[in-house]
Design a protein around this ligand. Structure first.
Ligand code: DWN
Ligand code: SAH
Length: 398
């Protein structure tokens, strides 16, 4: 049974940035009610009103992994580890986006799956075998006809975007070699609760995973988690190393026990934990609204840094629109010159001179705080202030 615990109101589709023409034509945006629920039987946390994948991940999907140095470095580090530890014959990546991860592997030993046509072109052009399709059994069959020894399947920030997890794991089990390994990484539910980062919930993030949820679910497909890595990336992620239960050569690492203990201690298996969380989220909303109001009352301008999908949730939930934030800055070509969905805040291309002109900056990409603070050390040195809601709403003291 799925018990709802959080309602983040009417939300537009994140990543559905609007053009000037869309605004002129008053283009009808899709809105859905963003509610989050806890499945009391399998312990998975998911949004309860979903949008079809085809609507979310169309050809013009703008997100590009390569916009952050933190991501590029993290992928490079993992790729090195995979090669040294597992020497894969063939690696398959689900949700390969612009190839930021797979670029670290030999073209002849890699397969990309990326449904968004425009972004899939990047890896195709680089010479990687790329399937521009959604991951399912039909595609797995098609790929296996040509590629027999897939011994690593990797997927970052993608499986949590797919409603039908049964189909996901069935298809992975079909394609993975007998002793093959599945590595997935996604935002951690424990961190999302600890940091009150409710913006991990939006139409694309159908699930926010925990070990206690994943471990139950994958058992049915003959899989088990044998190692867990906790990462700082994306505000706190979990990297699950998964093997077939039948494969007794790999021992279960102690990290699995440690993570499970942490999750149970926090109460991720109990509905009452989520009710407490809901109250924290409501308090966070009021706190952020108060900060914005105070700054505006002092006749200050506020800009945004990083027009993230996450900030779409925050701004729409808190009712912060283009009369409060003047514009966002972002480095992503497909977002520049467009408007944030639901709040109509304009997105300018990143320029150092822009941030220099302002005193207050809302950190949409709070998950890259370290990277951004390093880049903007002069802004900070000259008295510039960043605003965040994570782990609680505040103007960051430097
Ligand atoms: O799960 C998902 C993650 C991986 O990416 C997808 N569903 C959609 C997307 O979510 P997001 O938009 O919340 O992701 P990011 O990676 O937090 O987005 C960062 C944004 O900030 C990008 O638009 C790039 C921008 N940025 C920037 O302008 N300057 C980022 C950095 C680090 C910078 O210095
Ligand atoms: N893996 C990258 C991109 C994450 S964004 C990273 O971690 O940075 C999510 C990606 O998953 C998008 O590129 C999207 O097109 C892809 N995706 C969404 N649904 C998918 C599905 N059903 N099968 C395969 N890829 C999918």
């Amino acid at each position: 049974m799925i018990k709802k615990f959080l309602n983040l109101g009417k939300q537009p589709l994140a990543n559905n940035y609007l053009t000037k023409n869309d605004l002129k034509r008053k283009k009808k945006q899709i809105f859905y009610t963003l509610e989050v629920g806890f499945n009391t039987s399998n312990k998975l946390v998911s949004i309860t009103n979903t949008v079809s994948s085809k609507k979310m991940f169309a050809n013009d999907y703008p997100y590009r992994s390569s916009m952050s140095k933190t991501i590029i470095t993290s992928f490079k580090k993992l790729a090195k580890k995979i090669v040294n530890q597992y020497h894969p014959n063939l690696i398959l990546e689900i949700g390969s986006n612009d190839g930021s991860f797979i670029k670290n592997f030999n073209k002849k030993k890699s397969i990309c799956v990326e449904p968004c046509g425009d972004v899939a072109k990047t890896t195709k052009k680089l010479g990687y075998q790329t399937y521009s399709d959604f991951w399912n059994l039909k595609l797995a069959r098609k790929i296996k006809k040509k590629n027999k020894n897939v011994d690593i399947v990797y997927s970052a920030n993608t499986l949590s975007h797919i409603l039908d997890l049964k189909s996901v794991f069935k298809s992975i089990s079909y394609i993975l070699s007998k002793n093959g390994i599945l590595i997935i990484e996604d935002p951690s539910l424990l961190e999302c609760l600890k940091k009150t980062s409710y913006d991990q919930f939006y139409n694309e993030h159908i699930y926010v995973f925990s070990l206690c949820g994943i471990k139950n679910f994958i058992k049915k497909f003959g899989f088990e988690v044998f190692k867990i890595e906790t990462l700082n990336i994306h505000g706190g992620s979990l990297r699950f190393y998964i093997k077939r239960i039948k494969n007794k050569e790999i021992k279960i690492n102690n990290s699995v026990k440690i993570q499970l203990k942490k999750e149970l201690k926090f109460g991720l298996h109990k509905f009452s934990t989520y009710i407490k969380y809901k109250k924290k989220v409501e308090k966070s909303k009021k706190g952020l609204q108060r900060i914005f109001k105070m700054i505006k009352n002092q006749n200050n301008k506020i800009i945004g840094y990083g027009a993230t999908a996450k900030s779409v949730t925050v701004l729409n939930y808190c009712g912060i629109k283009n009369d409060t934030i003047d514009y966002f800055m972002d480095t992503t070509p497909g977002k520049i010159g467009k408007y944030m969905p639901g709040t109509y805040i304009y997105i300018k291309g990143y320029k150092k001179t822009l941030i220099k002109k302002n005193k207050y900056c809302y950190l949409g990409a709070w998950n890259f705080k370290n990277e951004i603070f390093k880049k903007e050390k002069n802004f900070i040195k000259n008295g510039g202030k960043f605003i965040t809601h994570v782990p609680f709403p505040r103007i960051i003291k430097n």
